[in-house]
Design a protein around this ligand. Structure first.
Ligand code: NAP
Length: 249
């Protein structure tokens, strides 16, 4: 018997859920529970943390999971580290679905930094208008540069006061288009873009828009994730599962 735990929260995880459902795989989709209205999945879905490595090991054993696909965001290091440790302890096969990182093209003006923590110091000291496209969890880091106006694009309306004094909040969910993002950057008279190197198609519109408008991008490189099998597409994960979990489905 094979049972798959799909750690989700990304566009690629959602695509994989459709494929797994289409082949009738026995799979569970897992959300961290960060957004108010997560995308409905065609698989049985659970929401919330497992309780660290011990909690995940218990979950794997109780649910008789045989395969984990870690399709979390490339910056979701905690979950990926826990998945690697728990899979080893519970003798469960694990693969990470990791979309390719973005690379600069001709006409791009990117400054690459090691982590989001390094970005505030790289912003100018004179007031600027910054599209801060990093989600909501690390906004507090930018409180050291309160002189800037920050445009935030978030999945949900903030449910607590923002740690930045001068913001415009746009509630929207990707995928976004270059045309739409060009219009957005013009409307808000953006001078700098801050991003994480998430990769993938859903969020790259802002980078295409920055190139079109000649705007500088300050980008955090990806964190290092645990070693192990990595697929860069849904098709590769399906092939990996085909050799192990989905035989005969
Ligand atoms: P994280 O730092 O790696 O995870 C923190 C904790 O949240 C984990 O230890 C785990 O709690 C729980 N968790 C994370 N993903 C989970 C999942 N898919 N199912 C069940 N529990 C999960 O993650 P994060 O950066 O806060 O991101 C949270 C989720 O949002 C991820 O699933 C990720 O795919 C998605 N996301 C993140 C970003 C980003 O930039 N970080 C962007 C888009 C989407 P326990 O230790 O209790 O098990």
């Amino acid at each position: 018997m094979t049972r798959i735990l799909l750690l989700g929260g990304t566009t690629e995880a959602n695509d994989l859920a459709k494929r797994l459902s289409a082949v009738g795989a026995d799979a569970i989709y897992s959300y961290a529970g960060r957004t108010q209205s997560p995308v409905a999945q065609p698989l049985p879905t659970r929401v919330g943390g497992f309780g660290g490595v011990p909690g995940l090991v218990r979950y794997l054993q109780t649910e008789q999971v045989t395969h984990i696909v870690d399709a979390t965001h490339p910056f979701a290091t905690g979950m990926s580290e826990n998945a690697a440790a728990a899979a080893a302890q519970a003798c469960v096969s694990l693969i990470r679905l990791e979309r390719l990182a973005w690379a600069p093209q001709t006409g791009d003006s990117w400054t690459m930094l090691g982590a989001v923590d390094d970005i505030p110091a790289a912003l100018p000291n004179l007031p600027a208008r910054v599209f801060l496209a990093i989600g909501k969890q690390q906004l507090h880091l930018f409180a050291v540069k309160p002189q800037h106006h920050y445009l935030l694009r978030l999945v949900d309306q903030p449910d607590a006061p923002l740690p930045l004094p001068n913001t415009s909040v746009l509630v929207a969910r990707g995928p976004f288009t270059a045309e739409g993002d060009i219009a957005l950057l013009r409307e808000h008279r953006i001078t700098h873009i801050v991003a994480k190197n998430a990769g993938g198609l859903a969020a790259r519109a802002k980078l295409d828009a920055a190139r079109a408008l000649g705007l500088p991008v300050i980008m955090a490189e990806r964190p290092t994730l645990p070693k192990g099998p990595v697929a860069d597409s849904v098709a590769q994960v399906m092939a990996w599962l085909g050799h192990t979990a989905l035989r005969g489905v």
